[in-house]
Design a protein around this ligand. Structure first.
Ligand code: AMP
Ligand code: GLY
Length: 429
């Protein structure tokens, strides 16, 4: 394994920029391709114009170019079975199989799996029709949560506080059919109190390593107000993820998930993203994701000290070397700059000023999400536009450095949260 590797990163957002950026620091990487990538990835890797879900063409590209390792960023190709296809063709790929990715792709699968394996999560019921849902909720006290079974771009969890919320949810799900097939089943679960924490395990199905914890900021506005988004910023590590909390997460969540998936004949490989609620030091699973988070990757991955490509390769071939793994003792913060209107319909095509050329900076990388370099300037193309990131020796300084850079960037309608990382200094647990 001394040969340098050619790596293909699948995806085109801020998360994939961060993965490419980190892989570039690896001693064992010769060349990185990103499919489809974006204008940020283009500055540090070679973009390939193949969509992230065009598995056949990705496979053909990987074969023709003798790719040694493929790393999958987003959920869609995982759910579509990219890992199975590549493995069947004898290629090395980091991510879970289609069957294992159901931990993210189907909430009812994940909840029933947790029930079978005694993994702490909110009590729940699964309903397959409007009538069933109405019968179940008639017995429930507010608040509770209705979740559509399938993928819904982070918008499929509806917190029901009162009759009005309930009617709105029923209308969205059953009358307007807003979630389509994703809502053929819904999960109705108890509302959990506490504080949210994200914990990531990289696993070869058997062995695993735990990365630094992080906190995302899901709501659009400061103080966790307004609608849910894909994530408006993150920081790592989170004080809420204390040693004792992380030990509990390993013992009650990570190990039982890996053991359970193996015993059910679908070993889980790749990254297991545990979205948790921590209440008085006790973790409960809110959701699993079968991939790195966005924007959590932008803060978690920089804090891996050991060789990132080796870690992902080891996970992909079933041989993680735990002794070679180490984390840095630094801190990272990422502030997402978003377009006006996001997470609803948003504006595009706005010129961006103040973008420095720090796409490959070791401590202050700029991760591009929905932005494009056209002609001589940058313009916005997405809801989440940029992830301004800083890594430093204290969390205060990482946050401060990130916001100083934010102050120099501008586009029409730019919105961002001013309280990224504040929670770190207010943790009650
Ligand atoms: P999910 O799609 O399952 O990740 O849920 C999205 C967001 O809804 C979570 O990050 C939480 O903020 C919130 N949420 C989901 N389930 C619950 C729950 N059972 N109790 C409280 N909040 C929840
Ligand atoms: N930031 C949340 C996610 O990636 O699912």
């Amino acid at each position: 394994m001394n040969l340098k590797k050619k790596v293909l990163v699948v995806g085109g957002g801020g998360r994939e920029n961060a993965i490419v950026w980190k892989l570039l620091q690896s001693q064992t990487v010769e060349k990185i391709f990103c499919a489809p990538g974006n204008s940020g990835a283009a500055r540090i890797a070679e973009n390939i114009a193949i969509s992230e879900t065009d598995i056949e063409r990705l496979l053909q590209f990987a074969r023709e170019n003798r790719i040694d390792l493929t790393v999958v960023g987003p959920e869609a190709p995982l759910m579509a079975g990219i890992v199975d296809t590549f493995r069947d063709a004898g290629l090395v790929i980091f991510g879970p199989s289609k069957a294992a990715a159901r931990l993210e792709g189907s909430k009812s699968f994940a909840k029933e799996f947790m029930r079978r394996h005694n993994i702490p999560t909110a009590p729940f019921r699964i309903c397959e029709s409007r009538r069933e849902t109405e019968n179940v909720v008639a017995e429930k006290d507010f608040p509770y949560v209705i979740k559509v079974d399938g993928l819904a771009a982070g918008k499929g969890a509806l917190v029901i506080q009162n009759e009005m919320d309930l009617n709105a949810a029923l209308a969205e799900i059953y009358t307007e059919n807003k979630f389509g097939n994703a809502a053929e089943k819904v999960v109705i679960e108890d509302f959990l109190t506490g504080e949210e924490l994200s914990v990531f395990a990289v696993t070869d199905g058997n062995r695993y390593v735990v990365l630094n914890s992080a906190q995302d900021h899901k709501r659009i506005f400061d103080g966790d107000l307004g609608p849910n988004t894909g994530g408006m910023g993150a920081y790592s590590p989170a004080p809420l993820g204390s040693k004792s909390v992380l030990e509990k997460v390993e013992e009650k969540v990570i190990r039982p998930v890996l053991d359970g998936m193996r015993s059910e004949g679908m070993p889980y490989t790749g990254v297991l993203y545990c979205g948790l609620m921590i209440d008085r030091g006790e973790p409960s699973v809110v959701e699993f994701n079968a991939r790195f988070g966005d924007p959590e990757t932008q803060v978690v991955v920089p804090l891996i000290e050991s060789d990132f490509a080796e870690l992902l390769y080891g996970a992909a071939i079933g041989k993680i070397d735990k002794t070679a793994f180490s984390l840095s003792n630094r801190f990272a913060a990422c502030v997402v700059l978003a377009s006006k209107g996001y997470p609803g319909s948003y504006e595009k095509g706005k010129p961006i000023t103040g973008i420095d050329d720090n796409f490959n900076d070791a401590d202050q990388p700029l991760f591009v999400a929905g932005a494009k370099f056209e002609g001589t300037s940058w313009i916005t193309t997405g809801g989440r536009v940029l992830g301004v990131t800083a890594i430093s020796d204290s969390l205060e300084s990482a946050i401060d450095l990130a916001y100083r850079r934010v102050a120099g960037i501008h586009f029409d309608g730019m919105q961002f949260r001013t309280d990224i990382g504040k929670k770190a200094f207010q943790t009650k647990n």
